[in-house]
Design a protein around this ligand. Structure first.
Ligand SMILES: [Cu+2]
Length: 153
């Protein structure tokens, strides 16, 4: 009985530490390039349902002096959301109130626009459904190359 109990305790301890790993926050820092409209991170991987903390950095010494945001969208919808962002230019509130975020059900998580020298933290729970979730900057004209993929496993 004593042996059984100690095996049980060890098992519980092992399970507890496994859970701790799954609960760990995935922290990813993504920096906008100061010359080109690209992010320094093209791809990263998280677990389904994991807490994710993204820090978007727009460098102080940005040459382009452009604002940037970051959106995470449903698999396969990067182009649709990007085109909607370009179309947003006709909306006078798009770059102000809407922070360049298209009004679309395909958008899962989005940050505000970040000016050069600024940074913005975006926290969310990764989707339960595994897949390739694109991320992109939807300041009009940026998304076609300013994008990457969050792999959910
Ligand atoms: Cu951008």
């Amino acid at each position: 009985m004593k042996k059984f109990l100690s095996v049980l305790v060890v098992t519980i301890l092992a399970l507890t530490s496994l859970t701790a790993v799954a609960d760990e926050v995935a922290e990813v820092k993504i920096t906008a390039d100061k010359v080109q409209f690209i992010f320094d991170v093209k791809e990263f991987t998280v677990n389904a349902g994991q807490q994710v903390k993204i820090t978007l950095v727009n460098p102080e010494d940005s040459v382009t002096r452009q604002p940037h945001n970051i959106l995470f969208v449903k698999p396969g919808t990067k182009d649709t959301v990007g085109m909607a962002a370009n179309a947003g230019l006709t909306d006078p509130e798009f770059l102000t109130t809407k922070q360049a975020v298209p009004d679309s059900d395909d958008v899962l998580f989005s940050s505000k626009l970040v000016q050069p020298g600024g940074e913005e933290v975006l926290e969310f729970t990764a989707p339960d459904e595994p897949g390739d979730y694109p991320f992109l900057c939807t300041y009009p004209g940026h998304w076609a190359i300013m994008n990457g993929v969050m792999k959910v496993e």
